[in-house]
Design a protein around this ligand. Sequence first.
Ligand code: URA
Ligand code: SF4
Length: 224
Amino acid sequence: MSSSKALSDDSFAIAHFKLSDMWCHLMMEEENKDRYSQWEKIEEDIKRCKKCNLWRSRKNPVVGEGSIESKILFVGEAPGYWEDINGRPFVGRAGKFLDELLEIAGLKREDIYITNVLKCRPPNNRDPLDEEIKACSPYLDKQIEIINPDIIVTLGNFATRYVLNKYGLKSEPISRIHGRVFKSERTIITMYHPATAVYNPKMKQVLTNDFLILRAYTKGAKKD
Ligand code: URA
Ligand code: SF4
């Protein structure tokens, strides 16, 4: 083969590569537009929602926060006092500790998306009721569908039970399965709720060790 023929084959290959690269990029932009418009709809639905009684006592619903293009989704239980006032997840004491844990796992808030099983605060932070979880969980299901995360990190018993059962996996108390990695169509990593450690140095150490396990999984898994 002459060198000029080899050269033109090469240029053809490069042009082809660039075109398919551009095509991929355009497809991803389209997908993202769709993702953001679906997200706006779900935000609107949650803001108007009256599917369980919690809308009566809530100040603000908490949809969630972070990047909906992330490959890592964190799921907590329900908004607490400060979350209800601010309309943002994990902004109270447990949230401050969660920020420390994220740093241990090599993550920042903007690298992940974080939401809760319930979008409205139960009065006096009582446990979620089964009927509230049943009414509210379709929003979480839809959020999971839109974000399409590789990794779901559950925080505490309620999130852990809901997510494991959703993927046909058997749940156990978080005291038995904290720091474990489950595989289904997604990777599910089950953690204690950070609030359990706020006044308990021993639990802080347990959560710190568990988030070190998470660190190994999050390298390269931050975005599409
Ligand atoms: N606890 C949760 O489970 N979620 C929050 O957003 C805050 C505290
Ligand atoms: Fe609706 Fe969920 Fe709020 Fe209940 S907790 S009112 S289901 S958004």
